[in-house]
Design a protein around this ligand. Structure first.
Ligand code: SF4
Length: 149
């Protein structure tokens, strides 16, 4: 069975389980469906001094990692291990995968939804508000983040 078929099967099983226990479906977050809103939120996250989402180009990061390491008072090597991909707010749950626009992975990683700053972020990037504990891989945890927004 291809990984895509397995993924779809797991989404359908998860959805059916939710219905069986009476759990409500939640809509996709607004920014995941609205390109303009997503872009506004992403750009704010790039520009805000307390967020600094980046690097823009993971292959040409400029001094991004050096600055991040200075911000965290750590080494560049350690800073590069703190990515959206393992951030507590990075949502790649089955329900969120359904909210993504088609294929969202590339050789560097994949897109997920950032519940801290409300936009689709990439697992190979990061920001100054990164927090350990992710990613979010379960629908019930994703629902919990959404219900607290
Ligand atoms: S997922 Fe985490 S590291 Fe990535 S932009 Fe959101 S808060 Fe920052």
């Amino acid at each position: 069975m291809s990984s895509e078929i397995r993924r779809i099967k797991s989404i359908l099983i998860e959805r059916n389980n939710r219905k069986m226990i009476g759990e409500q479906e939640m809509d996709c977050p607004d920014a995941s469906k609205n390109l303009e809103l997503n872009t506004i939120n992403r750009n704010k996250s790039i520009e805000a001094d307390y967020i600094k989402y980046g690097p823009l180009n993971v292959d040409e990061p400029g001094d991004y990692w050096e600055n991040l390491a200075k911000h965290w008072d750590t080494t560049e090597k350690a800073a590069k291990k703190s990515l959206c991909g393992n951030c507590v707010a990075f949502d790649i749950s089955p329900r969120m995968e359904e909210c993504m626009p088609g294929v969202t992975s590339d050789e560097d990683g994949k897109l997920g939804y950032c519940w801290m700053h409300n936009f689709k972020c990439h697992s190979a990037r990061t920001c100054y508000t990164w927090a350990k504990g992710g990613p979010i891989t379960k629908d019930n945890v994703s629902h919990d983040w959404q219900s607290r927004k």
